[in-house]
Design a protein around this ligand. Structure first.
Ligand code: F6P
Length: 322
């Protein structure tokens, strides 16, 4: 193999740059030419390629976002698009492609790998952590620490001027961010899509907590919760309690910022492992980390199988809320 490509696709995540850096520098040390593809899979169709050498990735390890930019690409949905993508990659002499991203990126990579003709390895990167085959995705640790910083600040005001706070965090259709941030931030309750939200129950919890003398009540709401977002849940609680409340939607601040050490290390390890996998002739796998060890999972399983979250943590929240 002489030439490989790398792209970032879907929602950007802190640590993507550290991963690009690892791929380029490991590629160069294996005597490979590395080509960056801009704006995710769209860059293949637009033939937007850029040669990357060791110096192209200087001083990016600490930067959020992605120097290659990202996109969600319509052409990847058709069989015709898949054939075109493979033709273009082959014409460019790209024999192996590393895709960095979450669920949508992995679905695209699965189709490309199935079409054949170019070897495909994926690296999981999304703040949502909702990818099967890896304990953590690149970007998750930074996102939960960003959210935690905000929640700590909210706690200061929530405890000084007592009112229930409903804080909405990202996570698409899963509750990984909400659960982890809820535990770390000492939340009184957590609403996630994986568990039915009972408005009656949460209303009673709030009422009893204030009666017990608690000064603050912070509810972390996952954006994908089936009872609606934080505004909707807060309104439903208000209809029962008639208690003044505040809502805070953290939004895209969770996607930005300098990656944590944990995300940079994970990104560097997985980027290096992806290059190594291509050099060894592998294709059709995602490289992740399970219990501290590198783990290769067939691409289809990464989005077809459901990653479980630790439901014991939910029980723990109730106990720790005191
Ligand atoms: O998948 C990452 C993510 O940030 C989700 O948590 C969120 O639902 C979505 O992307 C937001 O997407 P966009 O940036 O297109 O608004």
């Amino acid at each position: 193999m002489k030439r490989i490509g790398v792209l970032t696709s879907g929602g950007d995540a802190p640590g993507m740059n550290a991963c690009i850096r690892a791929i380029v520098r490991c590629g160069v040390s294996c005597k490979l030419e590395v080509v960056g593809i801009r704006r995710g899979y769209c860059g293949i169709f637009e033939e937007d390629f850029i040669k990357l050498g060791s110096r192209s990735v200087s001083n990016i390890i600490h930067r959020g976002g992605t120097i290659l930019e990202t996109a969600r690409c319509e052409e990847m949905k058709s069989r015709e698009g898949m054939r075109t993508a493979i033709e273009i990659l082959q014409r460019e002499g790209i024999e192996g492609l590393i895709t960095i991203g979450g669920d949508g990126t992995l679905r695209g990579a699965t189709k490309l790998a199935k079409a054949g003709g170019v070897k495909i390895i994926s690296v999981p990167s999304t703040i949502d952590n909702d990818v099967y085959g890896t304990d953590y995705t690149i970007g998750f640790d930074t996102a939960i620490n960003t959210a935690l910083d905000a929640i700590d600040k909210i706690r200061d005001t929530a405890g000084s001027l007592p009112r229930p706070f409903f804080v909405e965090v990202m996570g698409r259709s899963r509750g990984f961010i909400a659960l982890e941030v809820g535990i770390a931030g000492g939340a009184e309750d957590i609403m996630i899509p994986e568990v039915e939200t009972k408005i009656e129950e949460i209303s009673l919890d709030i009422k009893r907590s204030f009666e017990r003398g608690k000064k603050s009540f912070i509810v972390i709401v996952a954006e994908g919760d089936e009872a609606g977002g934080a505004f909707s849940i807060a309104q439903q609680v208000w209809e029962r309690l008639k208690l003044e409340y505040r809502v805070c939607v953290l939004g895209h601040v969770q996607r930005g910022g300098s990656p944590t050490a944990k995300d940079r290390v994970l990104a560097s390890k997985l980027g290096a492992a992806a290059v190594d996998a291509l050099v060894r002739g592998m294709s059709g796998y995602m490289v992740g980390e399970l219990k501290g060890e590198l783990a290769f999972t067939p691409l289809r399983e990464t989005w077809d199988k459901k990653k479980e979250l630790d439901s014991n943590l939910l029980q723990l929240v109730k106990v720790l809320a005191g």
